[in-house]
Design a protein around this ligand. Structure first.
Ligand code: SAH
Length: 408
């Protein structure tokens, strides 16, 4: 239990940190963990704005209070006592929108991540834009209590928006003591499938039922990375979801793509997108299967590919799962390397925050040694410029990838 003290009515409650535990906040890290708090002065409601003070009383910033989470405070402001409310939100939102405009991502029909949580000054808030539709995930108490204001601001400040839909049906909300919920928030309801344009292709996004907010925007630049090498080649697209990598490869002239995913609705949407873009269905093969076992079937059948994309879901949710996850990554990377032609390309990813760059590199190294293959690393890949990271918050980096070429 956190110690508490009462305060005069009308003043903000305050989290008083233990001696020596103010360093991370001073370095602009946006989270205050329960173990760093000595006591709470006042009785703040969940989500309320509280002051964060060092043991000697120095004001360090203002945070949203999350009594149920290990992350007890998420900092709205660092250093001063700026008022946390509509004007601060508007300013930050404008900054985020301006950047996406400058990056050319706000064109009609385009899609991008508009707010990337902590890095855009909104701890726990994700907002993606799909043409005229916004989809938001409120993942922490602080943004939850300001939902109405934030929703109104999003409709006002983002150009050409018809409606805002909520997809807060995400497990992490339970850690905040928040229920999982989804549905329209403001404006018109989006259609069953929203059409977005990605490098001249029509892509279909199922905002209501798709994964996350409906689509993997974080792989946009990596799909573009693959395209120039795809002509005439055979692509094995593992964990394909709705086939973003395959569409990019086919548009660039790939001969054939084999798309493996366990989700039937995702593969249905993949085929639908193929038809819509006039792609030859014979070149868009879908296989509903478990990638781990399907890879073994392909190996036993002696299949060979010019390109393999390996984009699995998060294998490690926590630090405790890292070892098991590492074995999983090694297993599929080993099999993938064995299926490649000499000179073939492997784009391999991990979206486990708990698996760092170095560890991911070592896992691939281990797989290459065991496969007896020489591997060149051509590029380190991650999400695009619409997924900024705060320098003080490297935990925000979850997607990491290596683009590799097999030796001869
Ligand atoms: N590469 C995709 C995103 C992949 S997300 C894109 O660019 O859009 C991960 C996918 O893995 C999800 O579609 C999920 O359905 C699928 N998946 C999860 N576990 C699986 C398994 N064991 N076998 C096959 N597919 C799996």
């Amino acid at each position: 239990m956190t110690k508490r003290r009462t305060i005069p009515s009308g003043s903000l409650a305050a989290l008083i940190l233990k001696p020596g535990r103010d360093r991370s906040v001073r370095l602009r890290h946006p989270w205050v963990f329960s173990g760093a708090i000595d006591r709470v002065d006042g009785d703040p409601a969940p989500g309320a704005t509280v002051e964060v003070r060092a043991a000697d009383g120095t004001l360090l910033g203002r945070a949203a209070w999350s009594p149920r989470s290990m992350i007890r405070g998420r900092l709205w402001t660092i250093g001063g006592g700026e008022t946390v409310g509509v004007e601060l939100f508007r300013q930050r939102l404008r900054r985020a929108v301006d950047w996406r405009r400058r990056a050319g991502l706000l064109e009609p029909g385009a899609a991008c991540r508009l707010l990337n949580g902590e890095a855009d000054g909104f701890p726990g808030l994700i907002v993606d834009r799909y043409d005229r539709w916004l989809v938001a995930q409120f993942l922490a108490m602080g943004v939850e209590v300001h939902k109405e204001v934030l929703a109104r601001l999003l409709m006002e400040e983002v150009p050409g928006v018809s409606g805002l839909y909520e997809r807060s049906d995400v497990e992490v909300r339970r850690k905040e003591g928040l229920p999982l919920q989804a549905g329209p928030l403001l404006g018109e309801e989006p259609p069953g499938l929203v059409v977005i344009r990605e490098r001249g292709l029509d892509c279909l996004v199922d905002i209501r039922h798709g994964h996350k907010t409906g689509y993997y925007l974080d792989q946009r630049d990596n799909r573009a990375w693959l395209a120039p090498y795809a002509a005439g080649g055979r692509l094995l697209n593992l964990f394909s979801y709705t086939g973003g990598f395959a569409l990019a490869a086919l548009q660039a002239g790939a001969g054939e793509t084999i798309n493996v995913d366990s989700s039937a609705p995702a593969l249905d949407l993949l085929r639908e997108q193929g038809r819509r873009n006039g792609l030859d269905p014979a070149r868009l093969v879908t296989v509903q299967a478990d990638v781990f076992s399907h890879l073994r079937q392909l190996r036993d059948a002696g299949e060979r590919f010019d390109m393999v994309v390996l984009d699995p879901p998060k294998f490690a949710e926590t630090q405790a799962q890292v070892d098991k996850a590492a074995r999983g990554y090694k297993d599929i990377n080993l099999l993938a390397l064995k299926l490649l032609q000499p000179g073939g390309l492997l784009l391999t990813f991990s979206c486990s925050g708990a698996i760092g760059d170095d560890l991911f590199w070592k896992i691939l190294f281990g797989a290459a040694v065991e496969a007896g293959r020489e591997v060149q690393v051509l590029a380190r890949l991650s999400a695009g410029v619409d997924h900024p990271l705060a320098l003080a918050f490297p935990e925000g980096l979850y997607l990491k990838g290596l683009a590799c070429r097999l030796g001869h």
